[in-house]
Ligand binder design. Structure first.
Ligand code: NAP
Length: 260
């Protein structure tokens, strides 16, 4: 039976854990050959092993997405191991929380280097590879924090708003080349991201540990926490030919938290 991503080659950044791992595994199940890229080789190796254990095709790549040379090398590695790249999911990112008045320039710059420069570099190298072939698909992982603000998350919210802006401008520029650029905006996803964020945010919001995570559920109309697979389901749809008339969109996948 034909699958949605048969014969496609995809790169997923930050694919060692969480959302990136779920997308990489789901893409492979849909027939794609996947370059599993992450800054940390050990979890990325586990993702590759899981894909190969299910009979899928995957290769391992170590890349810090904020480093231009490493991003260029990531595309070379994908081509050499799997073939020309059809899809990239710019997923790698992280969150830090601080009151605006205490936010340091170093922390601000570090978050922009990964969450924004990393997406820009992945997008630009993808465009360079895809333009001569006249087709391609880019999916940027933004966030509900790219559509609304939250106290103590000014830097993170700014990075994710930037990802949505990048997505829109690039979609305009690359549409004549047959390249679609979209973003997904997850909400509150059950990954290590929240293990890191909750203690800091809970304390800043004067809640006991676990409070930011637990109170988040009240904001989700569908009444359950998001799983990485929920984002992967949407990523398959956007990457597939069923979404061939869709570009420049920033699609909320958040249980109804943000309805625009
Ligand atoms: P996660 O479980 O922490 O996974 C993120 C992965 O990205 C980790 O494997 C991490 O490696 C890797 N990474 C971090 N910095 C990197 C870099 N410079 N270059 C390459 N890889 C890097 O987090 P997640 O929840 O899956 O988040 C994935 C994306 O979804 C992020 O862009 C995040 O902002 C976005 N998002 C998450 C949520 C949520 O609630 N979880 C909601 C909305 C959007 P290490 O483990 O070695 O750091």
């Amino acid at each position: 039976m034909a699958r949605g991503l048969d014969e496609k080659v995809a790169i997923v950044t930050g694919a060692g854990r969480g959302i990136g791992r779920a997308i990489a595994r789901r893409f492979a199940r849909e027939g794609a050959s996947v370059l599993v890229s992450d800054i940390d080789p050990d979890p990325a190796h586990e993702t590759v092993a899981a894909i190969q254990g299910n009979g899928g095709r995957a290769a391992l790549n170590v890349c810090d997405v904020s480093d231009e040379r490493q991003v260029a090398a990531m595309f070379e590695a994908a081509e050499a191991a799997l073939g020309p790249v059809d899809i990239i999911v710019n997923n790698a990112g992280y969150v830090g929380a601080a009151p605006l008045v205490d936010e340091t320039v170093e922390s601000w710059d570090a978050m922009f280097a990964v969450n924004v420069r990393g997406v820009f570099l992945g997008l630009r190298h993808a465009a360079r590879c895809m333009i001569p072939r006249g087709s391609g698909c880019v999916i940027n992982i933004a966030s509900s924090a790219g559509k609304q603000g939250r106290a103590n998350l000014t830097a993170y919210c700014a990075t994710k708003h930037a990802v949505i802006g990048l997505t829109r401008a690039a979609a305009h520029e690359l549409a004549p080349h047959g390249i679609r650029v979209n973003a997904l905006c997850p909400g509150i996803v059950d990954t290590r991201f929240w293990e890191m964020l909750d203690p800091v945010l809970s304390s800043l919001e004067a809640n006991p540990a676990g409070g930011a995570w637990e109170r988040g559920l009240e904001r989700i109309p569908l009444g359950r926490y998001e799983q990485p697979e929920d984002v992967a389901n949407a990523a398959v749809l956007v990457a597939s030919d069923d979404a061939s008339y869709m570009t420049g969109q920033s699609v909320s996948v958040d249980g109804g938290m943000v309805m625009h």
